[in-house]
Write a protein that binds this ligand. Structure first.
Ligand code: SF4
Length: 436
């Protein structure tokens, strides 16, 4: 696992009273970069931990902090009881001033329905993502990406045996969903293999027929994956970036080279690998660095899909707060600054469409110099950009395959069903671990 030096380690009482779960935590603690004792806590201690001991104080965009330390580690169990108990815990969080994002602190949100482009989605029509179940084991991260607010606290769930049992039921109820994206709010390989949770999940998927786990990561840490019985049912998607971005803005993630080498090792061990250039930050010299990164990928690996996504999800002012702006291409910064009014209504801000398109076209050209056929798609973009790039990409917004879509199975070249119509939620809110 990574060299981690957390300011504190907490483990919930349900972890410490179970010998298997406790052993997982003790293995991680024994491998820390400096000694740290385990503090056992109960839910009733949370108000004090949050308000007096600053448990969430550093959950802020890391580029806005003077110093970034490793996060506090907190080990917990999913409760998997019933909807009423989950509602009471939600009320408890509310009473202590925390929102639903803090649900893992009280053992909730194992499985979350992502309603993208369904009637309930408030961003409907502004991003092309597909509705599906997303699954969670951790929240928080060690990688210190400047644009990200998931530092400060890493919550890791340890009751993987129960988790797989309930996940199995969710999978059974949703035959249309073939892939399951793990942890869009964490980077789960970092504490492995000591934690001993992710390998269990990979081997659980290895027992299934035509159902796949998707791990999305920026890690260098894949050597431990080689001997697992994954049965070809785990897809690992690397977010990759060019040299400056990876070294200066994603400082504890693997470098470009390390990520590609980690992907090579995973591919050699039989995992399907993919890449997302996401987020693409147009630094000075981004064109050359893109060429370098794309070349590195094809020298060492054979991805079945590559996705592209320019830095987005915030306005210009917020970007300037988070990123070291002196490293960015001045023309692109000027274009983003000048188009703030035009970009106010889309989550694809702050870079205007012409800038994003120029970046996508450059990456696409570079990829095609190495591989004429690998599907290339735009990730989390809006429908307008997809309409503009449809011919160049050879796909539409509703038939492209991507890194983590719920039907993007290994090697697939094009979706055969409409992704917004096929996705029907069928759990009736009754599977334990589902957000009420
Ligand atoms: S790897 Fe992802 S989750 Fe981790 S700090 Fe970077 S952006 Fe955040």
């Amino acid at each position: 696992m990574y060299d981690v030096r957390p300011p504190a380690v907490y483990a919930h009482e349900t972890v410490m009273c179970n010998p298997t779960y406790r052993a997982r935590v003790e293995r991680v603690v024994a491998a820390l970069g400096r000694p740290c004792s385990i503090i056992t806590y109960a839910d009733t201690d949370l108000p004090d931990m949050v308000q007096e001991r600053g448990l969430l104080a550093d959950r802020r965009p890391m580029g806005t902090l003077q110093h970034v330390e490793d996060p506090v580690l907190l080990f917990n169990t999913f409760r998997f009881d019933n909807v009423d108990a989950a509602r009471r815990r939600r009320q408890f969080l509310d009473d202590i001033g925390l929102n639903e994002g803090a649900a893992p602190l009280v053992g909730d949100d194992a499985f979350i329905w992502f309603d993208a482009n369904l009637a309930t989605d408030k961003w409907k029509d502004d991003k092309v993502c597909r509705p599906c179940w997303r699954i969670h084991l951790q929240q928080g991260c060690l990688h210190r990406c400047k644009y990200c607010a998931l530092g400060g606290l890493l919550v890791a769930m340890v009751n993987i045996e129960d988790y797989c049992r309930h996940l199995g039921e969710l999978i059974r109820l949703h035959p249309w969903q073939q892939t399951y994206l793990l942890d869009d709010d964490a980077d789960p390989p970092c504490l492995e293999p000591e934690l001993g949770v992710l390998g269990e999940l990979i081997e659980f998927f290895g027992t299934l027929e035509n159902r796949y786990l998707i791990i999305h990561t920026k890690t260098w840490n894949t050597a431990w994956l080689s001997d697992l019985k994954h049965n070809g049912n785990t897809i690992i998607v690397w977010s990759v970036s060019g040299r400056t971005q990876s070294e200066e803005m994603e400082p504890r993630a693997g470098s470009t080279q390390q990520r590609v080498e980690a992907a090579r090792m995973a591919e050699e061990a039989g995992y399907q690998i993919r890449y997302k250039f996401k987020p693409i930050i147009p630094v000075k010299g981004w064109r050359e660095e893109a060429e370098e990164a794309v070349q590195m990928i094809f020298e060492k690996t054979r991805p079945d899909v590559i996705s592209l996504c320019v830095f987005m999800w915030m306005n210009f002012e917020e970007m300037a707060r988070r990123l070291p702006m002196h490293l960015l291409d001045e023309d692109f910064v000027a274009a983003a600054e000048a188009s703030q009014a035009e970009m106010a209504a889309t989550r694809a801000r702050p870079f205007p469409p012409a800038v994003r398109r120029e970046i996508y076209e450059h990456y696409l050209r570079e990829i095609r110099r190495h591989d004429a056929d690998v599907p290339v798609s735009l990730s989390t973009e809006n429908f307008r950009m997809w309409a503009d790039m449809k011919d160049a990409l050879g796909f539409s917004a509703t038939d492209y395959v991507c890194g983590c879509g719920p039907r993007s199975t290994p090697g697939l070249k094009r979706l055969t069903c409409h992704p917004f119509k096929v996705a029907v939620r069928a759990d009736a809110g009754q599977v334990p671990g589902v957000r009420p």
